[in-house]
Design a protein around this ligand. Structure first.
Ligand SMILES: Cc1cc2nc3c(=O)[nH]c(=O)nc-3n(C[C@H](O)[C@H](O)[C@H](O)COP(=O)(O)O)c2cc1C
Length: 150
């Protein structure tokens, strides 16, 4: 059975909604999914799963990482995830110049520790609508296919 860990940060619930959608999609695909808030998460836990996922919103004056996921981001740089499949997603607001910058920051961080992107990241404008749900389900499916072939 494929195992997945989703680590997330969500202040007003939009990213949490995206997490629920991905969790349900992965469960429907027979994946054993664990969901952990970033403050409670340890990046070393990714070593025990087949699929490593991070979901986050973007905040601050210069598209900063949310405070509650910063330590996790830094510690992720110390974990060797060579060959592991990862996926990133989250919510932002297209009003801002750097839309979903934190999602991109995590994509780069995962790549820097050797993980392999299993599906293109999904960036949702505020709360997920029908087309976002479809994208998140397709994202989940693609990740599972990659993990199964890994
Ligand atoms: C002060 C502030 C700064 C923000 N900066 C950005 C930003 O740079 N880029 C972006 O895409 N969204 C930005 N956002 C929007 C949030 O990421 C967006 O509202 C998101 O849906 C929140 O997710 P959550 O409901 O999971 O907390 C900002 C919001 C606030 C309040």
């Amino acid at each position: 059975m494929v195992k997945a860990l989703i680590v997330y940060a969500s202040l007003t619930g939009n990213t949490a909604q995206c997490v629920d959608i991905v969790e349900e999609a992965l469960t429907d695909l027979d994946v054993d999914v664990e969901v952990v808030e970033s403050m409670q998460a340890d990046p070393h836990d990714f070593l025990d799963v087949d699929l490593c996922l991070v979901a986050t919103y973007t905040y601050g004056t210069d598209a900063n990482l949310p405070d509650e996921i910063e330590d996790f981001y830094e510690e992720l740089s110390e974990v060797d995830l060579t060959g592991k499949i990862f996926g990133t997603f989250g919510s932002g607001d297209t009003f801002y110049e750097k839309f979903c910058q934190s999602v991109d920051d995590f994509t780069e961080q995962f790549k820097s520790v050797g993980a392999v992107e299993g599906a293109e990241s999904v960036k949702v404008d505020l709360d997920p609508e029908e087309e976002d749900i479809e994208k998140l389900v397709a994202f989940s499916k693609s990740l599972v296919e990659k993990a199964a072939a890994n």
